[in-house]
Design a protein around this ligand. Sequence first.
Ligand code: B12
Ligand code: SF4
Ligand code: SF4
Length: 218
Amino acid sequence: MTALAEVEAKAAPHRLAVFGGFHPGAGDGVPPGTGTVFLLGPDEPGFWPHVTSEPEWRDGRPDPIDRWSARVIGDLARRLGGPALFPFGGPPYHPFYRWALRTGRAWTSPVTLLVHDRAGLFASFRGAILLPERIDLPPPPPAAPCATCAGQPCRSACPAGALTAQGYDVPACHGFLDTEAGADCLSSGCVVRRACPVSQAYGRLPGQSAYHMRLFHT
Ligand code: B12
Ligand code: SF4
Ligand code: SF4
């Protein structure tokens, strides 16, 4: 019988952490016969130097991080006895946002992006592992960090007013990124995601954000 500690131990050498798990039911969009879903995310600090020293980053072909995730998490899942699913490769997409909410370790933030108990607004997932057993999971935190967050800086951080309680105005964000003032978001990551105190304690490097922002804004 697999235990959470075994999944964590097998993921750790790849600088991946278990960002939560849940026992799926009808309506979760998970294949029948799945007892437990684990979501994996970057284990910071250290994920970015690790992944950029791997073969996929150095071979010069497109989508190195997604190809690395498919290889490493696919292999991990096989060794643990189940399939892996990924947030990329769509449309259609597997509902990672909804699955993150199901773990009880991520919540819809005041600006609609996910906020995670460890990664804050830098929540992101590299893949999911689906195992047939129903594995014991620790109880999730009692509340989102937002409940006690002084001033909720995410609400007013976007210089373009693109990410607010009303949701994400994607064209406004891209419009701002095309201006000179958008260089900070492109090189260091979304100001809203960086404003969150939980994000700040996570240890994510600006280089990783710059890579994803470049893909987002091409
Ligand atoms: C399409 C998509 C986008 C689109 C549209 C987002 C949107 N408004 O829904 C665009 C291209 C705009 C986008 C942008 C980004 N995204 Co995006 N995106 C996705 C993707 C691939 C599919 C979402 C989907 O349609 N799923 C299908 C439906 C059926 O599943 P769902 O879980 O129910 O989908 C829900 C979410 O979309 C959610 N939602 C609602 N409002 C918003 C607003 C935002 C900003 C997001 C991200 C989601 C979201 O509501 C949907 C319905 O319940 C997911 C990965 C995935 N497989 O889910 C990532 C994902 C949601 N994105 C993610 C990320 C990291 C980003 C970026 C921050 C990338 C970056 N630069 O690093 C940017 C935002 C730019 C910024 N300001 O920094 C993360 C989660 C981030 C978070 N903390 O919430 C995910 C889970 C990918 C991952 N690998 O972890 N994204
Ligand atoms: S800045 Fe505060 S309110 Fe906003 S997502 Fe982070 S913890 Fe929640
Ligand atoms: S990337 Fe910059 S412009 Fe876009 S939502 Fe984040 S802070 Fe606003």
